[in-house]
Design a protein around this ligand. Structure first.
Ligand code: 2E7
Ligand code: F3S
Length: 345
């Protein structure tokens, strides 16, 4: 009888929005379309997005991931990842006569532009972000002499500026909203004249996924976040879940990484996924849970998302030319490849 009650009380709270954001969708489609349009191999500098499954799937389709442009054969096509690149990377690619497709998320480009503008006005820019992350390296590269990295509230004491009356903060797009506010408060204590970015640098997708998982976590014994270990926004979702009351939280790439022991004494499991995670991986986790008595799934969705971005302009130009050639009968249509994304509930 006790067992029956426990079984019927078992449930999954599925956070929404979760998974692919507009910038990831655009970047992944850009690689797929480039493969269709130009044929393999297509080189991609760094992981197009920080997800193992996405990278492996694109590799199977003919994408070659490299760390630096110097690894790309002269004259080839290279795609820059969604996290953005420093201007010097564009210069290196031009020097090697590479054809480039820039899949930098437009919301990262916005932060790059803010950095350039404040540097021109001779501000000291305090960039809140995680040291070594590709996005931070790219943004810092826009104005290296003006930008100082601030890696969380504990790093504030180390910051030095030239002129306390001319300081602005900017941030990485995928940070914890709450921790960033702590860092900003600490910075304002030290530099009362600090000014804020003209609009949010932490992007809508990061904010929405954190808001949704907070709601879920408050009622969950265990939260499972689907995402790769190097995915900043996915790692933040585990931290946010624990901060919001989840008794335990884990990050997994695949359902096979879930440990049965995590379910001991658990009745409510919260599930979400990072912005670089295709929903097919979440479906795998839900199936795994269902096989263990957690088949009752309730979606918790505090807000809707509808933003989409058009493909990188270099690709759009060539796709338009191709479509015109096909419709005039000059060329046959290229074969379409399958999508690296599953349906979302
Ligand atoms: C680009 C940017 O690829 P991700 O896991 O990246 P993070 O930055 O979270 O490690 O997620 C999508 C994404 C997020 N931000 C892509 Cl700038
Ligand atoms: Fe862009 Fe935010 Fe996604 S910066 S790539 S929309 S997580």
């Amino acid at each position: 009888m006790g067992d029956m009650t426990a079984t019927s009380a078992r449930r999954v709270l599925l956070a929404a929005p979760r998974g692919y954001c507009a910038g990831v969708d655009r970047a992944v489609i850009a690689v797929e379309k480039a493969l269709e349009q130009y044929g393999a191999p297509i080189y991609v500098r760094k992981e197009i997005v920080h997800n193992k499954y996405v990278v492996q799937t694109l590799e199977k389709k003919g994408a070659i991931f490299v760390d630096e442009t110097e690894e790309v054969p002269e004259g080839s096509i290279v795609i820059f990842s969604a996290h953005g690149v420093a201007p010097v990377v564009h210069e290196e690619a031009a020097a090697r006569k590479l054809a480039t497709i820039d899949a930098t998320c437009p919301l990262v480009t916005k932060v790059h532009k803010e950095a350039v503008r404040f540097a021109k006005e001779d501000y000291d820019i305090l960039l809140i972000g995680h040291e070594g992350h590709e996005e931070v390296i790219g943004t810092s590269g826009e104005a290296p002499e003006h930008i100082t990295l601030v890696d969380g509230p504990d790093d504030v004491k180390n910051v030095e500026v030239r002129d306390e009356s001319k300081v602005v903060w900017l941030s990485q797009t995928t940070l914890s909203v709450d921790e960033t506010m702590e860092t900003v408060d600490a910075l304002k204590e030290r530099f009362p004249q600090l000014i804020s970015p003209p609009s949010d640098d932490i992007c809508y997708a990061t904010q929405n996924r954190q808001t949704a998982i907070k709601q879920v976590a408050a009622e969950s014994d265990l939260v499972i976040v689907v995402g790769s270990k190097n995915s900043s926004n996915s790692v933040r979702l585990v931290e946010v879940a624990l901060g919001a009351g989840a008794k335990a939280g884990h990050l997994v790439d695949y359902a096979s990484e879930i440990d049965e022991a995590w379910l001991e004494g658990v009745t409510t499991v919260g599930v979400t996924s990072g912005a670089s995670v295709p929903d097919v991986l979440v479906e795998g986790v839900l199936e795994w849970l269902s096989e263990r008595g957690f088949g009752d799934v309730e979606v918790v969705q505090p807000m809707q998302e509808s933003l989409t971005f058009s493909l990188p302009k270099e690709l759009r130009r060539d796709l338009r030319a191709e479509a015109a050639a096909v419709s005039s009968g000059e060329r046959e249509a290229p074969a379409a490849a399958g999508r690296t994304e599953g349906p979302q509930r």
